[in-house]
Design a protein around this ligand. Structure first.
Ligand SMILES: Cc1cc2nc3c(=O)[nH]c(=O)nc-3n(C[C@H](O)[C@H](O)[C@H](O)COP(=O)(O)OP(=O)(O)OC[C@H]3O[C@@H](n4cnc5c(N)ncnc54)[C@H](O)[C@@H]3O)c2cc1C
Length: 297
C-alpha cells in the first residue's frame, strides 16, 4: 500500500461542483476497498471523525477547518458489466454518466435517465438520486458497505434498504458504501439506447444551468408542489446574495456566479426558506447535504 495515503490541510472547494468548501484536516482518495477500509480503521483508531464524499455534486461544505478525515471515493471506479446476464458490479466512485453510457454501449436497458446526474454511484445510492419516478433503487440487487463504527464489511440486500424520494436508509445509519451489484435488462437496441441516452443529456443541459457551478436541486419538492414553482412565484429568480444567485434558468438551482462563499449560499438557502414559509406556509427541506454547518445532516 502506498505510504502517503492521505494529505493534510486539503482545500475541498475543488471537490464540490459548486466550487466552495473548507479545509479538511486529513483528506484521502482511496483507489480500492483495501485502502478505503484501512482509512476508516485509521480514523476510528485515532478517534477522528470520518466523512465520505463522492463527486461533491450535492454538497455544501462550510468554508471552515473541517476536523478529522474526509474520504473522496472518486478513484474507486471499477465497473464490470456482464452484457448477457445484465449483471453489473460497480465501485462507489463510478460516475453515473459513465455508468449510463457504458450500459447503453453494452445494450443494457434501464440506465439511460442517469446520464445527466454528475454524481458517483455511492452518492446516488445514498441520496436515492433520480429523475421522475426513476432511480437506481429499481435496478439494485445489493450494496457492499463498511460499518464505520465496527470496521466490519457486509453486503446488504435491497430488501433491507429503505428508499424514498431522495432518501435511503444510508442517511440514517453509519455505513460507507464500497460498491453495488445491479441488474439491467440485456439485449436492448443499441442505436435506440445510445440515442435515448444522448437525448436525456441534451434535455438536462437545455433546462438546467449545467455550464455553471451548482449542486443541482437545492430543495426537495414538497408534496403535490414544486420547489422551483414556489421560488418562482415569490419573484426570487435571479435574486443574489454575494456571489450566490438563484438561477434564471431553473429556480431550484443556486449557482456560484463568481466568487460565492459558503456563507453566501447558506444565507440564500435560509432566505428562500423564510420567504416561502412566511408567504405559503410551506417549509422547503434542503435536498443538498451540508458539512460543517449546525444544520441537521
Ligand atoms: C448539474 C446537476 C444536476 C443534478 N441533477 C440531479 C438529478 O436529476 N437528480 C438527482 O437526484 N440529483 C441530481 N443532482 C444532485 C447530485 O448529482 C446527486 O444527488 C448525486 O447522486 C450525488 O452524488 P455525489 O457522488 O456527488 O455525492 P456527494 O455530493 O459527494 O455526497 C452526497 C451525500 O452522499 C454521501 N455519500 C457519497 N458517497 C458515499 C459513499 N460511498 N458512502 C456513504 N455515503 C456517501 C455524502 O456523505 C453526502 O451526504 C444534480 C447535481 C448537479 C450539480
Amino acid at each position: 500500500m502506498n505510504k502517503k495515503i492521505f494529505s493534510k490541510n486539503s482545500n475541498l472547494s475543488t471537490y464540490t461542483t459548486i466550487k466552495v468548501g473548507g479545509v479538511a484536516e486529513y483528506f484521502a482518495e482511496p483507489r480500492n476497498t483495501d485502502e478505503f477500509s484501512f482509512l476508516i480503521k485509521w480514523a476510528n483508531l485515532n478517534k477522528h471523525k470520518c466523512q465520505i464524499i463522492g463527486a461533491g455534486s450535492n454538497l455544501l461544505i462550510n468554508n471552515i477547518f473541517i476536523k478529522g478525515l474526509v474520504i473522496c471515493t472518486k478513484k474507486m471506479k471499477t465497473l464490470v458489466i456482464e452484457p448477457y446476464s445484465g449483471i453489473v458490479e460497480a465501485e462507489a466512485g463510478v460516475m453515473l454518466p459513465t455508468l449510463s453510457n457504458s450500459l447503453a454501449k453494452k445494450r443494457l436497458k434501464g440506465g439511460e435517465w442517469a446520464v445527466g446526474i454528475p454524481g458517483t454511484l455511492g452518492g446516488a445510492i445514498y441520496m436515492n438520486a433520480g429523475t421522475g419516478s426513476l432511480s437506481l433503487a429499481k435496478n439494485l440487487i445489493s450494496v457492499k458497505v463498511i460499518n464505520n463504527k465496527t470496521n466490519e464489511q457486509l453486503e446488504i440486500e435491497k430488501k433491507d434498504i429503505d428508499f424514498e424520494y431522495r432518501f435511503s436508509s444510508f442517511q440514517s445509519n453509519d455505513f460507507a458504501i464500497i460498491s453495488a451489484k445491479l441488474h439491467f435488462e440485456p439485449n436492448g437496441n443499441l442505436e435506440q439506447l445510445i440515442q435515448t441516452t444522448k437525448n436525456n443529456l441534451k434535455l438536462k443541459t437545455e433546462t438546467q444551468p449545467y455550464h455553471l457551478p451548482s449542486f443541482g436541486s437545492v430543495f426537495k419538492n414538497p408534496e403535490n408542489n414544486y420547489a422551483a414553482k414556489l421560488i418562482d412565484d415569490m419573484g426570487l429568480k435571479g435574486f443574489k446574495i454575494g456571489g450566490a444567485e438563484i438561477s434564471t434558468m431553473h429556480s431550484n438551482f443556486i449557482i456560484n456566479n463568481s466568487s460565492a462563499s459558503s456563507k453566501d449560499i447558506y444565507e440564500l438557502i435560509t432566505v428562500i426558506q423564510q420567504k416561502i414559509l412566511q408567504n405559503k406556509g410551506i417549509y422547503l427541506q434542503p435536498e443538498v447535504r451540508m458539512i460543517g454547518f449546525d444544520y441537521p445532516k
